[in-house]
Design a protein around this ligand. Structure first.
Ligand code: NAD
Length: 501
């Protein structure tokens, strides 16, 4: 009998939804659980519960709200091993990486522990005669988050940590492919003292997403996932007057200058291109050496490093990466490898056909490396989201800046160099949202904000940090005058716009 994963509404599990989805064990290639797909009626139950609880939560002073975040942080740390195991059993990422997934989310919870400071408004005394002006950040009411499979702990925490810290109630619709960890996080929030109804988890697919986008009582939607869906979420959500931020796919480039430390670059690239089987929106699936001489030297060092990578089950402590998330995704990656060959790329290391002994049905795919990939290739323009590294040779620095700048995605980019001037030029000119200098995966720390450009991000406010706080609140500005008790006979009211200058 398979386990069934229910919704979590109003502080308890809630079993509803006739349709169900399969949750796989990617190591074995077998279904290990079923997740319920909720309906609009189930969403209504979550909204009712959120609506009932939110006013009191918003009225709870921010320091008390922060205390719950502190307790949650402790509970997540205490449960780290269990969370990492659960996460890796549904996603397939290796345990150390699963812990990283939880830890990067926890960093945003730590930021939310400081929410009283982040929410402080601004104040001007004496903006006019006897007039003071101040601003305050107020919660929106009910927010929703729709999250992808590849970070089932981190991305929900990015969203609910900030939304709830700011005084909102939150409804999370996690990926249906690895839905268990989000439920567990909601249980831990309850254990930390969060009032029932402030964090609800509702499972489902497009039907549930559409119900969220159309619901009149949901004020804001935060989405992370692939770009076509992100664009759809952005247009449908905003057409209903919601505030929407929708982060999309990526194709991040790593520029390698002739003076770079190539041994370091090879180490960085191995982790950034193949870690988590390439299923990261901040992975580096494209390497751009500047000049053929750099490309040849890099290629020589890269090939043995790629061939030495160890692929194993997600619980294997020696494995560099585990299986990809599903059979369909594995087939999609293999399709792109074939496309890369047909388009004229040189397949230097072929990961297709990889079988792990004893796990022949698992969704494994070996590391793959292409050289001589051209910007015109569809396999270059599209996101593959697998353990596939493509080398695009640039003739000079200008071309190396142009490639990521002209790509449809603009999430992350990195430059490897010892030349400060080149790095400075590159960071200023490149048309991409997050830049690393000798840092392969430049995911900003929690007190900065995360956000890609072009088709990697729809809407203009980033995730977490001060931008996250702005996304989950609205600004109110008060202009006040307190007369000193006597009426000035000359003050007869004005019919022109007040000016205080
Ligand atoms: P996805 O777009 O398939 O799914 C994301 C969410 O959207 C899920 O909750 C899913 O249920 C829902 N969804 C799927 N199809 C839908 C539809 N037709 N209508 C409405 N909702 C739908 O993404 P995924 O495969 O889970 O995740 C991988 C993608 O996410 C990659 O493209 C990756 O680059 C991207 N990603 C981006 C970031 C970022 O911050 N930019 C971070 C992580 C992942």
């Amino acid at each position: 009998m398979l386990r069934t994963i229910d919704h979590f509404i109003g502080g308890s599990t809630f079993a509803s939804g006739e349709r169900q989805g399969d949750v796989f064990d990617p190591n074995q290639g077998q279904v290990q659980a079923n997740v319920r797909f909720g309906t609009a009626a189930d969403l209504q139950k979550a909204v009712d519960s959120a609506k009932a609880a939110q006013p009191a939560w918003a009225a709870t002073n921010p320091q008390r709200r922060a205390r719950i975040m502190f307790r949650f942080r402790e509970l997540v740390e205490k449960n780290m091993d269990d969370l990492a195991r659960l996460l890796s059993s549904e996603h397939g990422k290796v345990l150390a990486d699963a812990r990283g997934d939880v830890l990067r989310g926890l960093e945003v919870i730590e930021y939310a522990c400081g929410i009283p400071q982040a929410l402080k408004g601004e104040y001007t005394q004496g903006a006019g005669p006897g007039i003071d002006v101040y601003s305050m950040r107020q919660p929106l009411g009910i927010g929703a988050g729709i999250t992808p499979f590849n970070f089932p702990a981190m991305i929900p925490m990015w969203m609910f940590g900030m939304a709830i810290g700011c005084g909102n109630a939150f409804i999370l619709k996690p990926s249906e492919r690895d839905p268990s960890v989000p439920n567990r996080l909601a249980e831990l929030m309850k254990e930390a003292g969060l009032p029932d109804g402030i964090l609800n988890v509702i499972h489902g697919d497009k039907e549930m997403v559409d119900a969220i986008l159309d619901h009149p009582d949901i004020a804001a939607v935060s989405f992370v996932g692939s770009s076509d869906i992100a664009q759809y979420i952005y247009s449908r959500g905003t057409s209903h007057g919601k505030r929407v931020q929708a982060m999309g796919g990526a194709k991040n480039h790593g520029i390698v200058m002739p003076d770079a430390d190539l041994d370091q670059v090879v180490n960085d690239l191995a982790g950034a291109a193949f870690g988590s089987a390439g299923e990261r929106c901040m992975a580096l699936p494209v390497v751009v050496p500047v000049g053929d001489e750099t490309a040849d030297r890099l290629r020589e060092k890269l090939i043995p490093a790629i061939q030495a990578l160890r692929i194993g089950v997600s619980t294997d402590p020696e494995a560099h990466y585990g299986p990809v998330v599903s059979k369909a995704h594995k087939e999609r990656i293999e399709h792109y490898i074939q496309m890369g060959i047909d388009e004229g790329g040189e397949l230097v290391v072929d990961g297709r056909g990889f079988k792990l002994q004893g796990h022949e049905e698992g969704f494994f795919i070996g590391p793959t490396f292409f050289d001589h990939v051209k910007p015109s290739f569809e396999s270059y323009r599209d996101e593959i989201f697998g353990p596939v590294l493509q080398m695009v040779r640039a003739k000079d620095f200008d071309e190396a800046v142009r490639l990521p700048s002209q790509h449809q995605y603009g999430n992350g980019v990195a430059i490897f160099t010892r030349n400060g001037h080149a790095a400075r030029e590159f960071t200023a000119r490149v048309n991409v949202g997050m830049v690393g200098v000798n840092v392969p995966i430049p995911v900003p720390v929690s007190y900065h904000s995360f956000g890609g450009w072009k088709r990697s991000g729809f809407g203009d406010i980033g995730q977490y940090g001060q931008e996250g706080m702005r996304f989950w609140t609205k600004n109110k500005v008060v202009t006040q005058r307190w007369p000193d008790g006597f009426v000035d006979a000359g003050d007869k009211g004005a019919f022109h716009i007040p000016t205080f200058g």
